[in-house]
Write a protein that binds this ligand. Structure first.
Ligand SMILES: *Cc1c(COP(=O)(O)O)cnc(C)c1O
Length: 295
C-alpha cells in the first residue's frame, strides 16, 4: 500500500441562512488532503496507483485539459510515490501555471489536437504499446479503482448525515459516495450537482458505475452557470461572499457551483428543516489560477 493516508476533517459551518432554515451544515474538507494531489483526485488515484505498483509499472500515462486538476495530482503523486509521469494534453501548446507545476513535478507533456485526443487508447498504444512499464490512467482518473477510493469518504464519517452534496463532472465521485452509502446501509440522500450543461445523463453514468438502485440519488442539473468552466457574475459574487463569511476558499468550476446549489435549494425550502447536511469540498483550488480575471 502507498504510505499516505490522511483522513480529512469535517467542520461545521455557521451562517445566518442555515440558522434561519434550521439545518446544520458540515463540510468534509478534502481540499486539505494535499495542496496539489487535491481532494477527489487523490481519492481516485489511490487504488489506481496501488495497482500500478503491484504490476511493477514505473510510468504513469494520463490525459487532461490544460487546467486539469487530475494532471497536477498525477504529476505530484507520481513524484511522491516513485513513478515517472507522462500526459497527453488536449489542444494546442500553451503555457499556464498548472502545466508549469506539472513540469516542475517532472511530468512530460505532449499536446495533441482535439481530434486525436478523442481516442485515448490509440494515443497510448501508438506511443507506449511496447512499453511494459507504462500504465494507462484515464482522463480525470475515471475507473473502477477510483470508485473504491471515493467510497472510503463515507467510511471516514463519524456522524450520520441526512443529506450529502457533491459536485459532479464524470460522476465517479458521486458513484463512489453512493456505493459507500449502500455498503454501510445508511439512510442518506446523495445530492449530485453537475457542473456541465445537460448533466441529466450523469444519472445513467452513475448507475452504470455502481450497479445500485438510485432511489436515494438526487441530481440537480440546473446549476452549471452556462456550461463546464463557465461562470456568471452571480456565481462569482456568491463565491466572494461565501469565502469572506467562512474563510473557506471555493473555485468557480466545481465547488462554487456546488455551494451555490446548496444555498439556492435551502432558500427554496427544498431541504427540510431539522436535518444534517454534509458538503464535500473536492478541492481543485489551483483552478482559480486560470480564472482570476473573473474576480
Ligand atoms: C475533478 C473534480 C470534480 C469532479 O469529480 P467527478 O468524479 O469527475 O465527478 C469535482 N470537484 C473537483 C474540485 C474536481 O477537481
Amino acid at each position: 500500500m502507498l504510505t499516505f493516508d490522511f483522513h480529512s476533517p469535517v467542520e461545521e459551518i455557521s451562517l445566518p441562512l442555515y440558522a434561519e432554515k434550521q439545518v446544520r451544515v458540515f463540510m468534509k474538507r478534502d481540499d486539505l488532503i494535499h495542496p496539489y494531489i487535491s481532494g477527489n483526485k487523490w481519492r481516485k488515484l489511490k487504488y489506481t496507483l496501488n495497482q500500478a505498483k503491484q504490476e511493477q509499472r514505473t510510468l504513469l500515462v494520463t490525459f487532461g485539459g490544460a487546467w486539469s486538476n487530475h494532471l497536477l495530482a498525477t504529476a505530484c503523486a507520481g513524484a511522491k510515490f516513485g513513478f515517472q509521469t507522462y500526459a497527453f494534453v488536449r489542444g494546442e501548446r500553451i503555457d499556464n501555471p498548472v502545466l508549469k507545476l506539472c513540469q516542475i513535478f517532472g511530468m512530460q507533456l505532449e499536446f495533441v489536437d482535439r481530434q486525436r485526443y478523442k481516442n485515448k487508447e490509440d494515443l497510448f498504444h501508438e506511443r507506449f504499446g511496447n512499453d511494459q512499464h507504462a500504465y494507462f490512467i484515464d482522463e480525470g482518473g475515471y475507473g473502477k479503482q477510483a470508485l473504491i477510493g471515493c467510497s472510503e469518504i463515507i467510511d471516514e464519517l463519524a456522524d450520520h448525515y441526512d443529506h450529502i452534496f457533491c459536485a459532479c463532472g464524470t460522476g465517479t465521485t458521486a458513484a463512489g459516495l453512493l456505493e459507500g452509502i449502500h455498503q454501510r446501509g445508511l439512510q442518506t440522500t446523495l445530492h449530485a450537482v453537475p457542473v456541465l450543461k445537460g448533466g441529466e445523463f450523469l444519472r445513467e453514468e452513475i448507475n452504470k458505475l455502481t450497479k445500485r438502485a438510485d432511489d436515494n440519488l438526487q441530481l440537480h442539473s440546473t446549476y452549471h452557470a452556462g456550461g463546464y468552466a463557465k461562470t456568471t457574475p452571480a456565481l462569482i459574487q456568491f463565491i466572494n461572499e461565501f469565502t469572506q463569511q467562512t474563510g473557506i476558499l471555493l473555485e468557480p468550476t466545481y465547488t462554487g457551483k456546488l455551494l451555490f446549489a446548496v444555498h439556492d435549494l435551502l432558500k427554496k425550502n427544498e431541504i427540510p428543516a431539522h436535518t444534517k447536511i454534509l458538503i464535500l469540498h473536492t478541492g481543485g483550488l489551483t483552478g482559480l489560477l486560470g480564472m482570476l480575471d473573473k474576480f
